[in-house]
Write a protein that binds this ligand. Sequence first.
Ligand code: AMP
Ligand code: ZN
Length: 493
Amino acid sequence: MTFKLHNTLTGKLEEFVSLEPNQVSLYTCGPTVYDYLHVGNWAAYIYWDTLVRVLMANDYTVNRVMNITDVGHLVSDADEGEDKLEKGAKREGKTAWEVADFYTKDFLNNSDRLGLVTPQHIAKATDFISQQLDLVRTLKEKGYTYQIDDGVYFDTSKFPTYADFAHLNLESLQAGARVKFNPQKRHPSDFALWKFTPEGEERDMEWQTPGDLLEEQRVAASGAVPIMGFPGWHLECSAMAMSLLGETLDIHTGGIDHIPVHHTNEIAESEAATGKRFSNYWLHNNHLKADGTKISKSLGNGYTLDDLEKKGFTPHDYRLFVLQSHYRTEGNFTFDNLTAAKNRLHNWRNNAALRHQIHDTLTDDRDREADNKAVSLYATSQALLEALGNDLNTPEALMLIDDAFSRLLGAKLENIHRHALVELLETIDNTLGLQLIDSSDDISDDSKRLIVQRTNARNNKDWSQSDALRDELLGQGIVIRDTLSGSVWEYVA
Ligand code: AMP
Ligand code: ZN
């Protein structure tokens, strides 16, 4: 089966070919841990988790790094403004270290609740300072850096393909930059690799700048004070990706907001240092809106997973909501849309529960044939993998599942083949992470006895007894659906 991905590098849908057979090195730009993640952030991580799952379903071993940006991400995304972590610290009356620790734990805890596959490496930027300084050193040695009052910068004019990745128009950038940018910068697109702590300012997170990285001795007023500094956000990702995965990665992912600045800069500094291509495939998720507008704290639409849970929605309801849109289209979060996803997931669980109510009567091979004649669940598993192998087409995958389940609804129980149903459920859970199997336990023997009694009462036309038993079952969270081939139990919504 071919596996195709849309590569931002070429702007094309391409067949995925890994550097090493059946192995993938993957880097995902992780969160800046200065606040709770909102639904838009989580959508990004759900999409990249789906990528990991689909790679694994295609027999790839995935070696993945997700970074935790715990320093150096400035409010502007570029070189201006406050460090988001230091800002969070002021807001909460804590140190930047405490803020980072708190929101990192919250991120990891909620990632688990969403069923996101844990990356092989979760790399905190503050744990990789020496690798980042080494990268600055290499760039300095190769002549790509210059120093100004507030830090060591990358000279983008020395990297001739700088504008290519994001199709930037550097001339218009220059024209628009006259007022806004630091006048000491040689070009508006130049970016800080390492920033100095401003004199007279105290930062929670800062490291001594090694003397060999400084172009000229910058001695503070007292004469002997070391020049403290901190890394730029782009440098962090390049250094962590290359030190953990090697100089060329198979796949690098992030949000579309990363294309013009963050990823453009990652490419420039990495490729300038190594002379090699940094990543063969670049994948970008589009942005989610909420209530029809851009997500923003000030608009009150930066919903967190906790906000959703307070309204009765589980992390898996949200996961299914996200998968309803393709990762490259712009989604819109509303509570109505989330309710629709919740209902869809509930129906799917009831279909999953059918496996407890049908019998293994046929051997495997005959099972396959009979399934193909009846409801074709084996074929659905295959089609699902193909849809996901086509640039992670999750909306189509969900439609295939709906179609298969609606065929089950019209089928006689004896025509549904347990093995085929279980295989389909496993394929859904492995690729889409919806935990249908884990969330559709069998009912108790006591409940099953009540169902038999109710069937007997109905057969004897004892309607009042049958109604009483139905109510008792409802009290246990079970609803009975009478079909042509007998009663089927379902979970109460
Ligand atoms: P940040 O913590 O700001 O670095 O963002 C974490 C991740 O969320 C990044 O990969 C962003 O691209 C992504 N992101 C931010 N806002 C949205 C959004 N509205 N929809 C989808 N992804 C987003
Ligand atoms: Zn990054």
